[in-house]
Design a protein around this ligand. Sequence first.
Ligand SMILES: C[S@@+](CC[C@H](N)C(=O)[O-])C[C@H]1O[C@@H](n2cnc3c(N)ncnc32)[C@H](O)[C@@H]1O
Length: 278
Amino acid sequence: MTVLEVMQATTAYFRKHDIENSRLNAEHLLAHVLGRKRIDLYLEFERSLSESELAPLRDLVKRRGEGEPLQHLLGTVEFCGHVFLCDKRAMVPRPETEELVELLKSEIRNPKSEILDVGTGSGVIALSLAAKFPDAEILAIDISDDALALAQENAARLNLAGRVRFLKSNLFEYVEGTFDLIVANLPYVSTQARDTLSREVLHDPAVAVFAGERGDELVRELIAQAPSRLRSGGMLALEIGMGQTEALLSALAEKNYRDIYLKTDYSGVTRFLFARYG
Ligand SMILES: C[S@@+](CC[C@H](N)C(=O)[O-])C[C@H]1O[C@@H](n2cnc3c(N)ncnc32)[C@H](O)[C@@H]1O
């Protein structure tokens, strides 16, 4: 079969198995197996593939058809212009979170800010900010040993190992000091929503997805605890779940946060919440 034929057959297989963006998924996997850039496949459409090239592709295509996330199969994900390792030890980073990092880049005025990333997962937020702000002091925490191990591999790979400190902590339990910015993309899915989630999301670690019966439990706990960890005028920046805005706005008002504002993500969902304290 030629490159084009394989691409078409794989796309059709993915469509049959309800994989979103089936053509794009096919291109990514084919490029990965052939060690090419996706764009370069277009220059090779008529080339015949050997059995040794097709065999590894078959396995990946089957697994993708069964709902394994594309990023797990590729082993990497691109986030804010950097390539991060990605596997089942932490949540697959989402495009919305890239938007959060982009918003933060324009919010951070002091290049020497002290920043805390709560629930760092694969480290994408902390490490993207470290790359952008070389003089910032950044601490990244997570409750999961697996996530922290992956985050540290990512730090080393991106030559940022000395730039971010990693710590195992349940929210602020083992955190010392105060910060100019606390950013968190904590789990915000209700345990009751489990049956509505895609096959792909169920490959993320449960500790990265589910917070409790309501979904906003961990974020509310963070809002309650953060005032004593923020410097005067410091900012709390949160990624939140759909339909959680009102309860979280009340939680912020109750604790006397100020300059509270919301931002929608590219699909129009209210997804980011910013507030200052003191
Ligand atoms: C939604 S994932 C986000 C990961 C990463 N920040 C990102 O945006 O891709 C949430 C992360 O919070 C961590 N987490 C869950 N409960 C926590 C807790 N009580 N304290 C600290 N981290 C927690 C999970 O292990 C997971 O890595």
